[in-house]
Design a binder for this molecule. Structure first.
Ligand code: NDP
Ligand code: MG
Length: 401
Protein backbone atom coordinates (compact mmCIF):
# COMPACT_ATOMS: atom_id res chain seq x y z
CA UNK A 1 0.00 0.00 0.00
CA UNK A 2 1.32 3.47 -0.88
CA UNK A 3 1.27 6.05 1.92
CA UNK A 4 -0.46 9.43 1.53
CA UNK A 5 1.79 12.20 0.17
CA UNK A 6 3.33 14.47 2.80
CA UNK A 7 2.47 17.62 0.88
CA UNK A 8 -0.86 19.17 1.80
CA UNK A 9 -3.13 21.18 -0.50
CA UNK A 10 -5.80 23.76 0.15
CA UNK A 11 -8.07 24.46 -2.81
CA UNK A 12 -9.93 27.77 -2.80
CA UNK A 13 -12.86 27.70 -5.24
CA UNK A 14 -13.10 23.91 -5.60
CA UNK A 15 -16.53 23.90 -7.28
CA UNK A 16 -15.57 26.26 -10.12
CA UNK A 17 -14.13 25.57 -13.55
CA UNK A 18 -10.49 25.58 -12.38
CA UNK A 19 -11.36 23.95 -9.03
CA UNK A 20 -13.12 20.92 -10.53
CA UNK A 21 -10.34 20.44 -13.10
CA UNK A 22 -7.75 20.64 -10.31
CA UNK A 23 -9.54 17.88 -8.39
CA UNK A 24 -9.59 15.85 -11.59
CA UNK A 25 -5.79 16.27 -11.85
CA UNK A 26 -5.39 15.24 -8.18
CA UNK A 27 -7.62 12.22 -8.70
CA UNK A 28 -5.39 11.09 -11.58
CA UNK A 29 -2.13 12.01 -9.84
CA UNK A 30 -2.77 11.39 -6.12
CA UNK A 31 0.96 11.62 -5.39
CA UNK A 32 0.93 15.42 -5.92
CA UNK A 33 -0.64 16.26 -2.56
CA UNK A 34 -3.40 15.28 -0.15
CA UNK A 35 -6.38 17.61 0.11
CA UNK A 36 -6.29 19.35 3.49
CA UNK A 37 -8.98 21.96 2.92
CA UNK A 38 -11.59 23.15 0.42
CA UNK A 39 -13.23 26.57 0.21
CA UNK A 40 -16.33 27.34 -1.84
CA UNK A 41 -18.86 30.13 -2.28
CA UNK A 42 -21.78 27.89 -1.34
CA UNK A 43 -23.97 27.85 -4.44
CA UNK A 44 -23.42 24.15 -5.25
CA UNK A 45 -24.05 22.07 -2.05
CA UNK A 46 -24.38 18.67 -3.75
CA UNK A 47 -21.13 19.11 -5.67
CA UNK A 48 -19.37 20.05 -2.42
CA UNK A 49 -20.72 16.86 -0.81
CA UNK A 50 -19.38 14.77 -3.72
CA UNK A 51 -15.98 16.45 -3.46
CA UNK A 52 -15.82 15.80 0.29
CA UNK A 53 -16.56 12.10 -0.25
CA UNK A 54 -13.98 11.80 -3.03
CA UNK A 55 -11.14 13.82 -1.45
CA UNK A 56 -11.78 13.68 2.35
CA UNK A 57 -10.58 17.18 3.34
CA UNK A 58 -10.15 17.93 7.06
CA UNK A 59 -11.52 21.46 6.62
CA UNK A 60 -14.34 22.90 4.56
CA UNK A 61 -15.10 26.62 4.33
CA UNK A 62 -18.22 28.20 2.84
CA UNK A 63 -17.68 31.90 2.18
CA UNK A 64 -21.36 32.84 1.89
CA UNK A 65 -22.73 32.60 5.45
CA UNK A 66 -26.31 32.51 4.18
CA UNK A 67 -25.61 29.30 2.26
CA UNK A 68 -23.47 27.53 4.87
CA UNK A 69 -26.31 25.57 6.54
CA UNK A 70 -27.47 24.11 3.27
CA UNK A 71 -23.93 23.05 2.32
CA UNK A 72 -23.32 21.60 5.78
CA UNK A 73 -26.57 19.59 5.62
CA UNK A 74 -25.62 18.13 2.22
CA UNK A 75 -22.13 17.23 3.45
CA UNK A 76 -23.37 15.69 6.74
CA UNK A 77 -25.97 13.64 4.85
CA UNK A 78 -23.42 12.33 2.35
CA UNK A 79 -20.89 11.48 5.08
CA UNK A 80 -23.50 9.69 7.22
CA UNK A 81 -24.61 7.58 4.28
CA UNK A 82 -21.01 6.62 3.53
CA UNK A 83 -20.00 6.08 7.16
CA UNK A 84 -17.36 8.86 7.06
CA UNK A 85 -16.51 11.58 9.57
CA UNK A 86 -17.51 14.97 8.18
CA UNK A 87 -14.81 17.67 7.86
CA UNK A 88 -14.74 20.66 10.19
CA UNK A 89 -16.95 23.27 8.57
CA UNK A 90 -16.52 27.05 8.94
CA UNK A 91 -18.32 29.92 7.25
CA UNK A 92 -17.53 33.47 6.18
CA UNK A 93 -14.84 35.36 4.30
CA UNK A 94 -12.48 35.49 7.31
CA UNK A 95 -12.59 31.69 7.50
CA UNK A 96 -11.53 31.55 3.81
CA UNK A 97 -8.52 33.73 4.65
CA UNK A 98 -7.74 31.52 7.68
CA UNK A 99 -7.75 28.28 5.70
CA UNK A 100 -5.70 29.98 2.93
CA UNK A 101 -2.99 30.76 5.49
CA UNK A 102 -3.20 27.48 7.41
CA UNK A 103 -0.39 25.60 5.61
CA UNK A 104 3.35 26.21 5.44
CA UNK A 105 6.54 25.60 3.51
CA UNK A 106 6.39 22.45 1.41
CA UNK A 107 2.59 22.71 1.02
CA UNK A 108 0.55 24.27 -1.77
CA UNK A 109 -2.57 26.42 -2.00
CA UNK A 110 -4.43 26.82 -5.29
CA UNK A 111 -6.37 30.08 -5.35
CA UNK A 112 -9.16 29.56 -7.91
CA UNK A 113 -11.64 32.09 -6.55
CA UNK A 114 -13.07 34.59 -9.05
CA UNK A 115 -12.66 38.31 -8.43
CA UNK A 116 -10.74 40.72 -6.24
CA UNK A 117 -12.12 38.93 -3.17
CA UNK A 118 -9.17 36.58 -3.83
CA UNK A 119 -6.58 39.21 -2.82
CA UNK A 120 -6.63 38.72 0.97
CA UNK A 121 -6.46 34.90 0.71
CA UNK A 122 -3.48 35.33 -1.66
CA UNK A 123 -1.66 37.51 0.88
CA UNK A 124 -2.44 34.97 3.63
CA UNK A 125 -0.88 32.15 1.59
CA UNK A 126 2.25 34.18 0.89
CA UNK A 127 2.68 35.01 4.58
CA UNK A 128 2.36 31.31 5.49
CA UNK A 129 5.31 30.24 3.30
CA UNK A 130 3.28 27.73 1.27
CA UNK A 131 3.51 27.67 -2.53
CA UNK A 132 0.76 29.69 -4.20
CA UNK A 133 -0.64 28.25 -7.42
CA UNK A 134 -2.41 31.37 -8.61
CA UNK A 135 -5.42 31.20 -10.93
CA UNK A 136 -7.00 34.26 -9.29
CA UNK A 137 -5.30 36.79 -11.59
CA UNK A 138 -7.33 39.58 -9.96
CA UNK A 139 -4.99 39.31 -6.91
CA UNK A 140 -2.07 40.45 -9.05
CA UNK A 141 -4.10 43.03 -10.96
CA UNK A 142 -5.53 44.71 -7.87
CA UNK A 143 -2.62 44.33 -5.47
CA UNK A 144 0.35 43.65 -7.75
CA UNK A 145 2.98 45.52 -5.75
CA UNK A 146 1.82 44.18 -2.38
CA UNK A 147 1.58 40.63 -3.70
CA UNK A 148 5.00 40.58 -5.38
CA UNK A 149 6.66 42.19 -2.35
CA UNK A 150 5.11 39.58 -0.04
CA UNK A 151 6.27 36.66 -2.21
CA UNK A 152 9.62 34.92 -2.01
CA UNK A 153 11.28 34.12 -5.38
CA UNK A 154 9.40 31.29 -7.08
CA UNK A 155 6.64 31.19 -4.43
CA UNK A 156 3.90 32.15 -6.92
CA UNK A 157 3.33 29.73 -9.79
CA UNK A 158 0.79 31.09 -12.28
CA UNK A 159 -2.24 29.00 -13.28
CA UNK A 160 -3.22 30.94 -16.37
CA UNK A 161 -2.31 29.24 -19.65
CA UNK A 162 -0.45 32.31 -20.99
CA UNK A 163 1.59 32.82 -17.84
CA UNK A 164 2.40 29.14 -17.27
CA UNK A 165 3.55 29.13 -20.92
CA UNK A 166 5.82 32.14 -20.34
CA UNK A 167 7.18 30.62 -17.12
CA UNK A 168 8.04 27.44 -19.07
CA UNK A 169 9.62 29.42 -21.93
CA UNK A 170 11.74 31.32 -19.40
CA UNK A 171 13.35 28.20 -17.91
CA UNK A 172 17.09 28.85 -18.12
CA UNK A 173 16.65 32.47 -19.26
CA UNK A 174 17.94 35.38 -17.15
CA UNK A 175 15.71 38.43 -16.68
CA UNK A 176 18.14 40.71 -18.54
CA UNK A 177 17.97 38.37 -21.56
CA UNK A 178 14.23 39.00 -22.07
CA UNK A 179 13.36 41.52 -24.78
CA UNK A 180 9.58 41.24 -24.51
CA UNK A 181 6.72 38.85 -23.82
CA UNK A 182 4.10 37.92 -26.44
CA UNK A 183 0.76 37.00 -24.85
CA UNK A 184 -1.57 35.15 -27.18
CA UNK A 185 -5.33 35.77 -27.28
CA UNK A 186 -7.99 33.62 -28.94
CA UNK A 187 -9.79 36.84 -29.83
CA UNK A 188 -12.95 35.58 -28.14
CA UNK A 189 -16.29 34.85 -29.84
CA UNK A 190 -16.49 38.27 -31.52
CA UNK A 191 -13.14 38.44 -33.27
CA UNK A 192 -13.39 40.43 -36.50
CA UNK A 193 -16.58 42.28 -35.52
CA UNK A 194 -16.94 46.06 -35.73
CA UNK A 195 -18.24 48.16 -32.83
CA UNK A 196 -21.63 48.42 -34.57
CA UNK A 197 -21.82 44.62 -34.74
CA UNK A 198 -21.02 44.36 -31.02
CA UNK A 199 -23.81 46.69 -29.90
CA UNK A 200 -26.57 44.06 -29.64
CA UNK A 201 -24.54 41.17 -28.23
CA UNK A 202 -26.45 39.14 -25.57
CA UNK A 203 -25.04 37.37 -22.45
CA UNK A 204 -25.75 33.99 -24.13
CA UNK A 205 -23.61 34.98 -27.13
CA UNK A 206 -20.85 36.28 -24.87
CA UNK A 207 -20.78 32.97 -22.98
CA UNK A 208 -20.14 31.00 -26.15
CA UNK A 209 -16.31 30.95 -26.13
CA UNK A 210 -14.73 29.30 -29.21
CA UNK A 211 -11.91 27.35 -27.50
CA UNK A 212 -12.16 27.39 -23.67
CA UNK A 213 -14.90 26.32 -21.22
CA UNK A 214 -14.62 28.58 -18.14
CA UNK A 215 -16.59 30.40 -15.42
CA UNK A 216 -19.05 33.17 -16.28
CA UNK A 217 -16.93 36.22 -15.41
CA UNK A 218 -13.77 35.13 -17.22
CA UNK A 219 -15.81 34.02 -20.27
CA UNK A 220 -17.44 37.44 -20.49
CA UNK A 221 -14.03 39.04 -19.95
CA UNK A 222 -12.71 36.98 -22.87
CA UNK A 223 -15.45 38.40 -25.10
CA UNK A 224 -14.67 42.03 -24.16
CA UNK A 225 -10.89 41.30 -24.12
CA UNK A 226 -10.87 42.54 -20.51
CA UNK A 227 -9.40 39.12 -19.68
CA UNK A 228 -6.45 39.79 -21.99
CA UNK A 229 -6.11 43.25 -20.49
CA UNK A 230 -5.96 41.77 -16.97
CA UNK A 231 -3.42 39.24 -18.26
CA UNK A 232 -1.13 42.02 -19.54
CA UNK A 233 -1.08 43.47 -16.01
CA UNK A 234 -0.71 39.98 -14.51
CA UNK A 235 2.34 39.40 -16.75
CA UNK A 236 3.90 42.74 -15.78
CA UNK A 237 3.81 41.80 -12.09
CA UNK A 238 4.52 38.09 -12.45
CA UNK A 239 7.57 38.67 -14.67
CA UNK A 240 8.60 42.15 -13.48
CA UNK A 241 8.33 44.03 -16.79
CA UNK A 242 6.67 47.30 -17.88
CA UNK A 243 3.50 47.09 -19.98
CA UNK A 244 5.22 48.23 -23.19
CA UNK A 245 7.26 45.02 -23.08
CA UNK A 246 4.14 42.83 -23.04
CA UNK A 247 2.67 42.49 -26.53
CA UNK A 248 -0.69 40.87 -27.33
CA UNK A 249 -1.26 38.85 -30.51
CA UNK A 250 -4.45 37.14 -31.67
CA UNK A 251 -4.01 33.41 -32.23
CA UNK A 252 -7.49 31.89 -32.77
CA UNK A 253 -6.41 28.23 -32.42
CA UNK A 254 -5.27 28.70 -28.77
CA UNK A 255 -2.41 26.25 -29.23
CA UNK A 256 0.59 28.51 -28.71
CA UNK A 257 -0.18 29.69 -25.18
CA UNK A 258 2.35 32.54 -25.20
CA UNK A 259 5.91 33.36 -26.17
CA UNK A 260 9.06 35.12 -25.04
CA UNK A 261 11.30 37.06 -27.42
CA UNK A 262 14.91 37.24 -26.21
CA UNK A 263 17.45 40.01 -26.79
CA UNK A 264 19.24 37.86 -29.40
CA UNK A 265 16.12 37.76 -31.61
CA UNK A 266 14.94 34.23 -30.76
CA UNK A 267 11.30 33.69 -29.83
CA UNK A 268 10.49 30.74 -27.54
CA UNK A 269 6.92 29.43 -27.61
CA UNK A 270 5.04 26.90 -25.49
CA UNK A 271 2.40 24.90 -27.37
CA UNK A 272 -0.18 22.27 -26.40
CA UNK A 273 -3.88 21.67 -27.16
CA UNK A 274 -6.13 23.97 -25.09
CA UNK A 275 -6.67 22.19 -21.75
CA UNK A 276 -6.38 24.02 -18.42
CA UNK A 277 -5.43 20.80 -16.66
CA UNK A 278 -2.03 21.23 -18.25
CA UNK A 279 -1.48 24.61 -16.56
CA UNK A 280 -2.95 23.36 -13.26
CA UNK A 281 -0.83 20.20 -13.17
CA UNK A 282 2.28 22.15 -14.18
CA UNK A 283 1.88 24.54 -11.24
CA UNK A 284 0.96 21.89 -8.66
CA UNK A 285 3.75 19.46 -9.55
CA UNK A 286 6.54 21.90 -10.52
CA UNK A 287 9.41 21.15 -11.04
CA UNK A 288 8.21 17.59 -11.76
CA UNK A 289 6.43 16.82 -15.07
CA UNK A 290 3.32 14.62 -14.84
CA UNK A 291 3.42 11.88 -17.51
CA UNK A 292 0.28 11.94 -19.68
CA UNK A 293 -1.12 15.03 -17.91
CA UNK A 294 -2.71 16.30 -21.12
CA UNK A 295 -2.92 15.23 -24.75
CA UNK A 296 0.12 16.34 -26.74
CA UNK A 297 0.04 17.96 -30.19
CA UNK A 298 -0.22 15.51 -33.07
CA UNK A 299 1.82 16.54 -36.11
CA UNK A 300 0.87 13.51 -38.20
CA UNK A 301 -2.05 15.53 -39.62
CA UNK A 302 -1.75 18.91 -41.35
CA UNK A 303 -2.54 21.97 -39.27
CA UNK A 304 -1.94 25.68 -39.44
CA UNK A 305 -1.49 28.18 -36.67
CA UNK A 306 -2.21 31.82 -37.44
CA UNK A 307 -1.30 35.08 -35.71
CA UNK A 308 -2.74 38.54 -36.30
CA UNK A 309 -2.56 41.90 -34.53
CA UNK A 310 -5.27 42.66 -32.00
CA UNK A 311 -7.87 45.29 -32.99
CA UNK A 312 -7.37 47.66 -30.04
CA UNK A 313 -9.68 50.31 -31.54
CA UNK A 314 -12.71 48.04 -31.45
CA UNK A 315 -11.68 46.34 -28.20
CA UNK A 316 -10.47 49.24 -26.05
CA UNK A 317 -10.06 47.15 -22.87
CA UNK A 318 -6.34 46.56 -23.42
CA UNK A 319 -5.38 50.21 -23.95
CA UNK A 320 -7.33 51.17 -20.82
CA UNK A 321 -5.48 48.56 -18.77
CA UNK A 322 -2.09 49.63 -20.10
CA UNK A 323 -2.82 53.21 -19.01
CA UNK A 324 -3.95 52.00 -15.58
CA UNK A 325 -0.74 50.01 -15.15
CA UNK A 326 1.42 52.98 -16.17
CA UNK A 327 -0.40 55.14 -13.64
CA UNK A 328 -0.19 52.51 -10.86
CA UNK A 329 -1.36 53.31 -7.32
CA UNK A 330 -4.87 51.86 -7.27
CA UNK A 331 -5.88 52.57 -10.89
CA UNK A 332 -5.80 48.84 -11.66
CA UNK A 333 -8.01 48.10 -8.64
CA UNK A 334 -10.48 50.65 -10.03
CA UNK A 335 -10.33 49.04 -13.47
CA UNK A 336 -11.06 45.60 -12.08
CA UNK A 337 -13.81 46.67 -9.68
CA UNK A 338 -15.60 48.69 -12.39
CA UNK A 339 -15.44 45.65 -14.67
CA UNK A 340 -16.83 43.29 -12.01
CA UNK A 341 -19.79 45.65 -11.48
CA UNK A 342 -20.26 46.03 -15.24
CA UNK A 343 -20.31 42.27 -15.85
CA UNK A 344 -22.97 41.78 -13.15
CA UNK A 345 -25.04 44.59 -14.71
CA UNK A 346 -24.64 43.06 -18.19
CA UNK A 347 -26.07 39.74 -16.93
CA UNK A 348 -28.87 41.58 -15.12
CA UNK A 349 -29.84 43.25 -18.41
CA UNK A 350 -28.89 46.68 -17.06
CA UNK A 351 -25.93 47.37 -19.34
CA UNK A 352 -25.27 46.47 -22.98
CA UNK A 353 -22.09 44.75 -24.16
CA UNK A 354 -20.23 47.90 -25.25
CA UNK A 355 -21.32 49.49 -21.96
CA UNK A 356 -18.90 47.21 -20.08
CA UNK A 357 -15.66 48.88 -21.20
CA UNK A 358 -17.46 52.25 -21.44
CA UNK A 359 -18.18 51.92 -17.71
CA UNK A 360 -14.56 51.03 -16.91
CA UNK A 361 -13.45 54.12 -18.82
CA UNK A 362 -16.03 56.38 -17.13
CA UNK A 363 -15.04 55.22 -13.63
CA UNK A 364 -11.31 55.58 -14.40
CA UNK A 365 -11.83 59.06 -15.86
CA UNK A 366 -14.14 60.22 -13.05
CA UNK A 367 -12.89 63.60 -11.78
CA UNK A 368 -13.29 62.55 -8.13
CA UNK A 369 -11.46 59.25 -8.43
CA UNK A 370 -9.37 58.74 -5.28
CA UNK A 371 -5.72 57.73 -5.65
CA UNK A 372 -4.17 55.06 -3.41
CA UNK A 373 -0.51 55.51 -2.57
CA UNK A 374 1.71 52.47 -2.03
CA UNK A 375 1.96 53.36 1.66
CA UNK A 376 -1.83 53.04 2.04
CA UNK A 377 -1.42 49.25 1.76
CA UNK A 378 -4.33 46.82 1.49
CA UNK A 379 -6.71 49.15 3.33
CA UNK A 380 -6.06 51.92 0.79
CA UNK A 381 -6.67 49.56 -2.12
CA UNK A 382 -9.89 48.23 -0.63
CA UNK A 383 -11.13 51.80 -0.05
CA UNK A 384 -10.43 52.73 -3.68
CA UNK A 385 -12.15 49.53 -4.78
CA UNK A 386 -15.32 50.22 -2.87
CA UNK A 387 -15.39 53.79 -4.25
CA UNK A 388 -15.12 52.30 -7.77
CA UNK A 389 -17.97 49.84 -7.11
CA UNK A 390 -20.27 52.55 -5.74
CA UNK A 391 -19.41 54.93 -8.56
CA UNK A 392 -19.93 52.19 -11.14
CA UNK A 393 -23.34 51.38 -9.63
CA UNK A 394 -24.35 55.05 -9.61
CA UNK A 395 -23.35 55.45 -13.27
CA UNK A 396 -25.28 52.31 -14.27
CA UNK A 397 -28.39 53.58 -12.45
CA UNK A 398 -28.10 57.05 -13.99
CA UNK A 399 -27.91 55.54 -17.50
CA UNK A 400 -31.11 53.56 -16.84
CA UNK A 401 -33.09 56.69 -16.04
P1 NDP B 1 -15.78 29.90 -11.43
O1 NDP B 1 -16.75 31.02 -11.33
O2 NDP B 1 -16.09 28.74 -12.27
O3 NDP B 1 -15.44 29.37 -9.94
C1 NDP B 1 -15.20 30.20 -8.84
C2 NDP B 1 -15.07 29.35 -7.58
O4 NDP B 1 -14.84 30.20 -6.43
C3 NDP B 1 -16.31 28.53 -7.22
O5 NDP B 1 -15.90 27.35 -6.58
C4 NDP B 1 -17.03 29.44 -6.22
O6 NDP B 1 -17.92 28.73 -5.38
C5 NDP B 1 -15.84 29.93 -5.44
N1 NDP B 1 -16.02 31.16 -4.69
C6 NDP B 1 -16.70 32.27 -5.06
N2 NDP B 1 -16.55 33.24 -4.13
C7 NDP B 1 -15.74 32.72 -3.17
C8 NDP B 1 -15.20 33.22 -1.97
N3 NDP B 1 -15.47 34.47 -1.57
N4 NDP B 1 -14.40 32.42 -1.22
C9 NDP B 1 -14.12 31.16 -1.63
N5 NDP B 1 -14.60 30.63 -2.78
C10 NDP B 1 -15.41 31.40 -3.52
O7 NDP B 1 -14.40 30.58 -11.90
P2 NDP B 1 -13.20 29.96 -12.75
O8 NDP B 1 -12.81 28.64 -12.19
O9 NDP B 1 -13.49 30.06 -14.20
O10 NDP B 1 -12.05 31.03 -12.46
C11 NDP B 1 -11.41 31.12 -11.20
C12 NDP B 1 -10.23 32.06 -11.32
O11 NDP B 1 -9.29 31.49 -12.22
C13 NDP B 1 -10.57 33.44 -11.92
O12 NDP B 1 -9.76 34.41 -11.34
C14 NDP B 1 -10.23 33.28 -13.38
O13 NDP B 1 -9.91 34.52 -14.00
C15 NDP B 1 -9.02 32.38 -13.31
N6 NDP B 1 -8.77 31.58 -14.51
C16 NDP B 1 -9.71 30.72 -14.96
C17 NDP B 1 -9.51 29.98 -16.11
C18 NDP B 1 -10.52 28.98 -16.58
O14 NDP B 1 -10.24 28.25 -17.53
N7 NDP B 1 -11.68 28.86 -15.97
C19 NDP B 1 -8.28 30.13 -16.91
C20 NDP B 1 -7.33 31.05 -16.32
C21 NDP B 1 -7.57 31.75 -15.16
P3 NDP B 1 -19.47 28.43 -5.81
O15 NDP B 1 -19.38 27.33 -6.80
O16 NDP B 1 -20.13 28.03 -4.57
O17 NDP B 1 -19.99 29.72 -6.39
MG1 MG C 1 -5.52 33.07 -19.64
Amino acid sequence: MTSAPARRLVLLGSTGSIGTQALDVLHRFPGIARVHGLAVGGSRPELVAEQVLAHRPEHLVVSDVARADEVEAAVQRACRTSGLTAPRIAAGQDAVIDVAGSLGEGDVVLNAITGSVGLLPTLAVLASGARLALANKESLVVGGHLVTEAATPGQILPVDSEHTAIAQALAGVRHDQIDHLVVTASGGPFRGRSREQLAGVTPEQALNHPTWSMGRVITTNSATLVNKALEVIEACFQFDLPEDRVQVVVHPQSIVHSMVTLVDGATIAQASPPDMRHAIGWALAHPEKLPGLATALDFSTAQSWTFEPVDEDTFDAIALARAAHREGGGAMAVYNAANEEAVDAFFAGRLDFLGITALIRAVLEHPERPRAAHADGVAGLLAVESWARETGQALISSRER
